[in-house]
Design a binder for this molecule. Structure first.
Ligand code: ADP
Ligand code: MG
Length: 714
């Protein structure tokens, strides 16, 4: 069993610590939100931001930019937009926008605010995420949306004239879209003295953001029009009302943090003390694995004697269908203790009421980008101490709590203080294309909140040029570049879709693109791994995952989109419905562009694979070595792929087909892939793979042809 140690102290008990702070509550009924029984209006008045209501409204009126810092749960997201509405900022048909880096946050927060205002979601209070707009023109006053959606709106309405106030929420997350949005909003403010910007953040790094806006931006006419508007951003700090959280560390490092987290949760449960448990893991697989192990615990442990509570495990990650995400947030039924295994989605953006214990693996999956090789991959990396503090804070929401960090105290001290903004560690093609479409031609000179590395920008320009989206002068090409930028897809998939239009298979390509926009179509909910493998095998083809998705789609369509069919084949019906909706929207885009969404008759999938190659040629790879020489027996015999394009100096990335791919056992000589994940042994594990013919590449991507020839020769 894992032993936990309070800093500088050694005590007996389940974790080597005592939970005295909670003893008094042990016998009482489990109350998840002490305010839950109050009328909603009383709940609102009890939130820390309420004391600052007048101040916030004053600052917003008199400053172009107001930065508000407050702990998670203090009421920033749900309350401030309502204050603005109540104060008249939504008069004369204008709206308040509130952006979120995460889809699930936009949805849940909108639902909560609609409930608080006594309205129906989608009327006065609405939300918009990619491919889903639940708002009503001329009726919606507060619109919660992802930062990406607001960026996209700027293509149609660059000055965001529909909005009187834009609240950029969760700014501390420094998502790529948030950073881009802030840079663009700085320009918009110069042209629109009537616009107000509210930036809210859970951490004090807000100083940096405030300094970014602290330039005397209003000159000449704009200054006159703005009257007495202050140019310096206002900075307001809202005191949180968080309870103490005791932090505990491991005495010895844990070799397997998923198992350690499950053991810790089971031990906590055995103490009989009330309160829900939130564990932070890095991804879908780990969350599902933890839930499976906890279900096993629950079966074995039956009912904990002292408290009479049963374990109720739930997973929470971004790829989960919306309904399942919401279920993980709801209080458990009476007599149950909820254990939520979450990714860092639960770090700041959503509120899970009733959590008293946090178990933190101290890792998160992050995007890392190597501008030299042009490879972006997901990697489980240690989090920053700032993130760890946020995670711990989730335990002190309703009463004093505990946080167990699954690392030693010494290891924790080595973690970086703050995380690197996504802009500086991710692939930039999508962002650069959007800026180009918005008329920002000199990307290097753009006023970045945190400038991305120059090599990353060059790589993005190269890729966009190779896709035909940018011309030799690095300007957006028309119509191709403009069209790609207008499609709500990654530029590579957008290019593939438009190529499919030329190849007469746009309908099929729209299917594949839609399936890539949703997370796994396979039913993940605690199912048997072997049964899932068997189910996959029924649709799997030697042409790879992307064609397999097409087969699943066609079979589901042929069944009349039957839920029973989906259930029988371990296909996630809800995910399929969402993919169907996305597909429908992509087809609408195509109609508007005058492209017929044709589907290929019969089973000839070559046109679709050609179209995929036309978008993903940057990720074309060839089987290089059949066996990989390694001293480590675990990796000997691995089939290694190499990228076809040049990857600059240094060791080229070693690719292999990931375990999740339907091709895990067969190996095409040539393929393109959509994503990679950095796995064990320094391999890049490819997922979403399609077999191609090498002869297609020079024809589909003449810009990169010389790379192909060189690689083939070398
Ligand atoms: P912040 O944005 O400062 O983190 P929020 O405005 O999201 O805070 O939440 C404020 C409070 O509203 C929370 O502490 C919680 O009590 C309540 N709340 C928010 N969302 C929900 C929800 N979906 N269900 C129940 N209570 C909620
Ligand atoms: Mg919030």
């Amino acid at each position: 069993m894992a032993a936990f140690l309070r800093p500088g102290e050694r005590q007996p008990g389940a974790f080597g610590v005592s939970f005295d702070a909670d003893r008094g509550n042990a016998g009482t009924a489990v109350l998840h939100n002490p305010n839950a029984r109050l009328a909603l209006s009383d709940q609102r008045r009890r939130l820390p931001v309420f004391e600052h209501r007048r101040e916030i409204l004053y600052l917003v009126e008199h400053h172009a930019v107001t930065v508000i810092v407050g702990e998670t749960g203090s009421g920033k997201t749900t309350q401030i937009p309502q204050y603005l509405l109540e104060a008249g900022w939504c008069a004369s048909g204008r709206m308040v926008a509130c952006t979120q880096p995460r889809r699930v946050a936009a949805m849940t927060v909108a639902a909560r605010v609609a409930e608080e205002t006594g309205g129906v979601l989608g009327r006065e209070i609405g939300y918009a995420i990619r491919f889903e707009d639940v708002s009503t023109p001329d009726v919606t006053k507060i619109r919660f949306c992802t930062d990406g959606v607001l960026l996209r709106e700027m293509l149609d309405d660059p000055l965001l004239t529909r909005y009187s106030v834009v609240m950029v929420d969760e700014a501390h997350e420094r998502s790529m879209a948030t950073d881009t949005l802030l840079g663009l909003l700085k320009k918009v403010l110069r042209r629109r003295p009537d616009l107000r910007l509210v930036i809210s953040s859970a951490t004090l790094e807000a100083d940096k953001v405030a300094a970014f806006f602290d330039t005397a931006t209003l000159r000449g006419k704009a200054a006159a029009a703005a009257g007495g508007l202050r140019r310096t951003p206002a900075l307001l700090s809202v005191a949180g009302r968080c309870h103490d959280v005791q932090v505990h560390y491991l005495e010895q490092p844990a070799p397997d943090y998923v198992r350690a987290a499950v053991t810790a949760a089971a031990d906590l449960h055995a103490t009989g003390l009330p309160g829900d448990i939130l564990m932070f893991l890095t991804g879908q697989d780990e969350c599902e694995a933890a839930v499976r192990m906890l279900e096993e615990e629950a079966r074995r442990g039956r009912r904990e004697r002292a408290s009479g509570l049963r374990l109720m495990p739930a997973a929470l990650y971004a790829g989960l269908p919306a309904a399942a995400q919401l279920a993980a947030l709801e209080p458990p039924p009476r007599g149950y203790r909820k254990v939520v295994a979450a990714t860092n989605i639960a770090e700041t953006s959503v509120t899970i009421p009733g959590v008293c214990y946090v178990i933190d693996c101290c890792y998160a999956k992050v995007k890392v980008y190597d501008p030299l090789s042009g490879m972006e991959a997901l990697l489980a990396a240690p989090i920053s101490r700032a993130s760890a503090a946020q995670r711990a804070g989730r335990a002190g929401r309703t009463r004093p709590g505990h946080c167990l960090r699954l690392c030693t105290e010494a290891a924790f001290a080595e973690l970086p203080a703050a995380s690197v903004p996504e802009m500086q560690r991710a692939e930039l093609a999508g962002t650069v294309l959007q800026l180009k479409a918005l008329g920002v031609d000199n990307i290097m000179a753009f006023d970045w909140l945190a400038p991305p590395p120059a090599e990353a920008m060059v790589r993005a320009l190269e890729l966009l040029h190779a896709l035909g989206a940018l011309g030799d002068d690095a300007r957006l090409t028309r119509p191709l570049g403009l069209r790609i930028s207008e499609l709500p897809l990654d530029p590579r998939l957008g290019a593939a879709l438009l190529a499919a239009g030329r190849l007469g298979c746009a309908g099929d390509m729209a299917t594949v693109a839609a399936m890539l926009c949703v997370q796994s179509v396979w039913f993940a909910g605690g199912g048997e791994r072997r049964a899932l493998e068997a189910a996959k095998e029924k649709f799997a083809v030697a042409e790879g995952d992307l064609v397999t998705y097409l087969n699943v789609w066609k079979a589901w369509e042929a069944s009349g989109r039957s839920g029973r069919w989906a259930h029988r084949h371990l296909v996630n019906h809800r995910t399929m419905l969402r993919a169907a909706d996305i597909r429908r929207q992509l087809l609408q885009h195509l109609w508007r562009l005058g492209i017929k969404p044709e589907e290929v008759e019969g089973s000839d999938d070559a046109p679709v694979r050609r179209a995929l190659a036309a978008g993903l040629f940057h990720n074309a790879a060839q089987l290089a070595e059949t066996t990989y020489e390694s001293r480590d027996a675990a990796f000997a015999g691995t089939h290694v792929y190499r990228l076809l394009r040049s990857t600059g100096p240094g060791l080229p990335p070693r690719l292999r087909i990931g375990a999740a791919s339907v091709l895990a056992r067969t190996r095409p000589q040539w393929l393109v892939f959509y994503q990679v994940q950095l796995g064990a042994g320094g391999f890049h594990d490819m997922t979403d793979v399609a077999a191609i013919e090498p002869g297609w590449l020079p024809e589909l991507a003449p810009h990169m042809f010389h790379y192909v020839r060189d690689a083939a020769r070398g």
